[in-house]
Design a binder for this molecule. Sequence first.
Ligand code: TUI
Length: 315
Amino acid sequence: MLKSKICELLGIKYPIFQGGMAWVADADLAAAVSEAGGLGIIAGMNMNGEQLRAEIKKLREKTDKPFGVNVMLMSPFTPEVAEVIVEEKVPVVTTGAGNPLPYIKKWTDVGVKVIPVVASVALAKMVAKRGATAVVAEGGESGGHIGEANTMPLVPQVVDAVDIPVIAAGGIADGRGMAAAFMLGAEGVQMGTRFLVATECNIHPTYKEKVLKAGDMGTVVNGRRIGHPARALKNPFTQLFAEREKDLTSTDEELTAFGTGALRKAVKEGDWEKGSFLCGEIAGLVNKEQTCKEMIEEIVAEAEVLLKNAASRIQ
Ligand code: TUI
């Protein structure tokens, strides 16, 4: 049995979080992950307070296991989403794309466990000092909005810098990645890309198909110029975005406007021409659709064998 402090802290069976992917991570996906023993996380990003409340209700009708809500701190709905989290006594909150310090005490005061996603040692130290329960250290192999550091260097440095459990994210999709994360000192992993192709994931079939078909060179990072680097599947949209980013006659405002709504187009319409198919670099390893339960049990079984046999390397 794989043991981890994060399982005890959160009351979950397996130390696997499902990333709170904007427009993707709804009650169906999060409930399936939680029911399978991981931590399912609803994305608060694309919802106002009342929409989030309805999604939480839907999840609670499907499972009584612990779950999380992700707060994307750049969202205009953040203040009302933060209130709903308190009112609904959400067990766990993860935050991303910003500094969660203004909200941590509000949540921890009512018993919500707060696990910020960080992309640097500096932010990890800051949130640990201010009462975070754990941190997710997310490297640039991840899909979506990313920081500058990659997983292999980031995770052990965050582990050394804080006294709270560290969850590794970015480039992890199987038991090998999970075992490696434990070797780096992590207490668990967060995965997004693998769960994109879960049976219970409601994204457009074209999105799943493109992730399943992607190879090792299948993703690209755009948006550095406007301060929001994001990794997505290479497609006509990312090609055009890259060209406009290089073209200094197009303003930052025009570039931002060009990107607006592209994620929804990918998730809801499967629009390969105009959609932003956010996806991690590990997509090349993700080759089959399975239920969340099958995925989680397969990954844990692989990791257990690898960790158990690790000692055989030493003569
Ligand atoms: O947040 C994510 N991934 C995301 S959010 C998202 S939605 C979006 N839409 C349009 C533009 C941008 C995003 C899609 N994918 N991951 C967690 C994450 N957080 N990655 C990087 C960070 C991060 C970056 C800087 C966290 C904190 C931070 O610090 C800022 C500060 O003020 O210190």
